[in-house]
Design a protein around this ligand. Structure first.
Ligand SMILES: Cc1cc2nc3c(=O)[nH]c(=O)nc-3n(C[C@H](O)[C@H](O)[C@H](O)COP(=O)(O)OP(=O)(O)OC[C@H]3O[C@@H](n4cnc5c(N)ncnc54)[C@H](O)[C@@H]3O)c2cc1C
Length: 417
C-alpha cells in the first residue's frame, strides 16, 4: 500500500501536540486513570489507561485492540515515558496506551534484529550480547523503549553516527484508521521518514528492524582541555578510524564554569579476547558516582568535588570494557530518590564551529539566573538524512543539560474527571 502526503498530514493532525526530552523519576500517581511522565510534572486524567502485556496475544492484535477501544477518542502510544512535556500522554479524556517490554528476534546474516516497540535497550543488549552484537545507536541509558527512541529519533554517543533512525531498516506501523503497514527507505518511504522523529503523530510503531554492530573490547582515553578548543578537537576525535564512542563534559564549578572540558573517547582495543565478558552494566559504580552527582545540587563545593573526581580520578580507570557493558547503564545510577524533586533534561544542538559562541552566551546568562545545572554532557550527532523533520540537518554537538526542579508531592489531575 502506498501512503500519500495527504494521508500523513491528516493522521498527524488527528494526534496530540508535542515537545522535547525528559527527566528521570518515577511518577507517583494514585488514580489509575491519571497518567504522568517520569518528570511527575504532567499528570493528566485519561478515559482509559491501557498497558500492553508481553503475552500470547500477538502484539499487532493488542495495538489494534487499543485503537478499537479508543472508539475515535485520541489515543497516545507511549514507551517508558521518559520524555516530558506531555507528548507521551493523551490530551484530557483521551486513551493512554503503554507498550511493554518484550523479546527481540536476531537475523545474523542481515546483521539486524527485530525489536517490538516496547522492548528497552536492556532487552536488546541481553539478546545481542551472546551473539557478539551490539545496538548501533542508543541513548546514554538503557531504560528507553525502541518505540520511544525512534519516535523522538534519539541520538547516541557511538561515533560517528546520525540519530537512531539512521539504523532502522524497516518499521511496522499502525495507522489511525486501523490499517497496519510496513515502511522502509524503499517501501512507503514518506511514512518511514515521518515516523522517525514523528512522536507517534503518524501512527503507532509496532516493531522495528534495526542494524547492529560488532561488540568489542574498548579502551578509554581522556583529555582535559579548554572548552573553547572542544569543538575542533571533538570533530577530529569522532572521525578517528579507531574511535567507537565519545563524549565530552563541561565544568560547572563557579571558578571554571563552562570553560574547562574533558573529552573522553573509547577506541577498539588492539588485543581482543576470544570471548568477551558478558555485558554487566555500570551499576557497580553506582555508590560513588551517584553520591557525587547528587551532592552537586545547589552546592558549588559539590560541583568542584565532582569536577575534581571527573578530571583526576577517572584518569586511572582505564580497564578495557566491552561496548555492551558501556551502554548498559540505567538512569537509576544517578536518579534522585527525593519525591519532591525531579531532574529535567534539556538539550541544545549546536554546529561544532559555533560551540564557543553558544558557551560564551551561556556563561553570561546562566549564573545570573536561578538555573542550577548538575550536568552538561557533549555528544556528537552526524547529519540526519533520514527523517522528515531532522534536529541535526548538518553535524551537531548535542549539549545535554540536567537541572533539578521541585515538584508537587501529590500531582493533581490537570482536568476534571
Ligand atoms: C536520563 C535521560 C537520558 C537521556 N539521554 C538521551 C540521549 O543520550 N540521547 C537522546 O537523544 N535522548 C536522550 N534522552 C531522551 C530520550 O531519548 C527520550 O525521552 C526517549 O523518547 C525516551 O524513550 P521512552 O521509551 O521513555 O519514550 P516515551 O517518553 O514513552 O515516548 C516518547 C515519544 O514517542 C512516542 N511513542 C512512544 N512509543 C511509541 C510507539 N510505539 N509508537 C508511536 N509513538 C510512540 C510517544 O507518544 C512520545 O511522543 C534522555 C532522557 C533521559 C530522561
Amino acid at each position: 500500500m502506498s501512503i500519500t502526503r495527504r494521508t500523513l498530514v491528516a493522521t498527524a493532525a488527528a494526534a496530540p501536540p508535542l515537545l522535547a526530552i525528559g527527566g528521570c523519576h518515577a511518577a507517583p500517581t494514585v488514580d489509575p486513570l491519571v497518567v504522568d511522565d517520569k518528570s511527575g510534572l504532567n499528570a493528566t486524567r485519561t478515559s482509559r489507561n491501557l498497558v500492553m502485556e508481553p503475552s500470547s496475544t500477538p502484539l499487532e492484535a493488542q495495538f489494534k485492540a487499543a485503537l478499537r477501544e479508543a472508539g475515535g477518542r485520541p489515543v497516545c502510544f507511549a514507551g517508558a515515558r521518559h520524555s516530558m512535556g506531555g507528548q507521551s500522554l493523551p490530551p484530557s479524556q483521551g486513551v493512554a496506551a503503554a507498550t511493554a517490554t518484550a523479546a527481540c528476534r536476531i537475523d545474523r546474516e542481515r546483521r539486524t534484529y527485530i525489536a517490538p516497540a516496547g522492548a528497552i535497550w536492556e532487552d536488546v543488549i541481553r539478546a545481542l550480547d551472546p551473539v557478539g552484537g551490539s545496538p548501533t545507536v542508543t541513548q546514554s541509558n538503557n531504560d528507553f523503549t525502541i518505540g520511544g527512541t525512534l519516535s523522538v529519533n534519539a541520538h547516541g554517543w557511538s561515533v560517528p553516527h546520525a540519530p537512531a533512525g539512521g539504523t532502522a531498516r524497516g518499521l511496522r506501523v499502525l495507522l489511525a484508521d486501523g490499517e497496519v503497514v510496513s515502511c522502509s527507505a524503499t517501501e512507503n518511504p514518506e511514512l518511514f521518514s515521518a515516523c522517525l522523529g514523528g512522536y507517534g503523530l503518524f501512527g503507532a510503531l509496532i516493531e522495528a528492524e534495526l542494524e547492529f554492530v560488532e561488540n568489542s573490547l574498548l579502551e578509554r582515553n581522556q583529555v582535559v582541555l579548554q572548552a573553547r578548543e572542544f569543538g575542533a578537537r571533538f570533530v577530529q576525535a569522532v572521525h578517528a578510524p579507531a574511535a567507537r564512542m565519545a563524549y565530552g563534559r563541561l565544568s560547572l564549578a563557579r571558578s571554571a564554569f563552562l570553560t574547562e572540558a574533558i573529552l573522553v573517547t573509547y577506541a577498539k582495543a588492539a588485543k581482543q579476547p576470544q570471548t568477551l565478558p558478558p555485558a554487566t552494566g555500570s551499576l557497580v559504580h553506582q555508590g560513588v558516582s551517584k553520591r557525587l552527582f547528587r551532592g552537586q545540587t545547589g552546592s558549588d563545593a559539590g560541583k568542584r568535588l565532582r569536577w575534581w573526581a571527573e578530571t583526576q580520578l577517572s584518569q586511572g580507570s582505564a580497564q578495557p570494557v566491552s561496548r555492551n557493558s558501556l551502554i548498559n547503564t540505567s538512569v537509576r545510577s544517578f536518579a534522585d530518590q527525593d519525591p519532591g524533586s525531579t531532574d529535567i533534561l534539556h538539550e541544545y544542538f549546536v554546529p561544532p564551529e559555533a560551540l564557543e559562541d553558544f558557551l560564551r552566551e551561556a556563561r553570561r546568562l546562566i549564573p545570573a539566573s536561578a538555573q542550577d545545572l548538575l550536568n552538561v554532557t557533549l555528544r556528537w550527532v552526524e547529519a540526519d538524512r533520514y527523517s522528515l523533520l531532522p534536529f541535526a540537518p548538518a553535524p551537531r554537538i548535542a549539549l545535554s543539560c540536567c537541572s533539578p526542579s521541585r515538584r508537587r508531592r501529590r500531582p493533581r489531575p490537570t482536568c476534571a474527571p
